[in-house]
Design a protein around this ligand. Structure first.
Ligand code: NI
Length: 137
């Protein structure tokens, strides 16, 4: 069993008030218990997101289709990763704005990488990747 270590953390008082409200709402016995669990959750999520195991995911993009070359860049990146991209749905939201939902499947770290490239293009208003395991846990 690992040894318990004490450490102190400096935070702004308003952030601490919000954290205390969070601890109360989530019914944590102590701040330490809440911090321990948050650290654990975040590290687990990070390890999972960066792994090589297969996942399925959706990448939602909202963008301005008038932006020069954005459509071409989006298409090019997707054509470069046909092994990861299962399907793409495009909806014309308004005269200017498009919504695209890209369904992906492959190694988690590769999905993260292509999603970061697509989200980072100029003219993207919103980009969010959601990943799920491809098997029941
Ligand atoms: Ni459109």
């Amino acid at each position: 069993m690992s040894q318990v270590v004490r450490f102190s953390v400096s935070v702004e008082d308003d952030l601490l008030k919000r954290f205390d409200r969070f601890c109360e709402q989530e019914q944590f016995a102590t701040r330490s218990e809440a911090v321990r669990q948050l650290i654990h959750d975040r590290l687990t999520t990070q390890a999972w997101e960066r792994g090589t195991h297969e996942v399925a995911g959706t990448l939602t993009l909202v963008y301005d289709h008038h932006r020069t070359q954005l459509g071409e860049r989006l298409a090019q990146l997707q054509h470069d990763h046909t092994d990861l991209i299962v399907a793409t749905t495009h909806v014309h939201l308004t005269h200017d704005v498009c919504l695209e939902v890209i369904i992906l499947r492959g190694a988690a770290e590769r999905l993260q990488h292509i999603a970061a490239q697509l989200k980072g293009l100029k003219g993207i208003f919103k980009g969010q990747l959601v990943m799920a395991t491809t098997h029941a846990e």
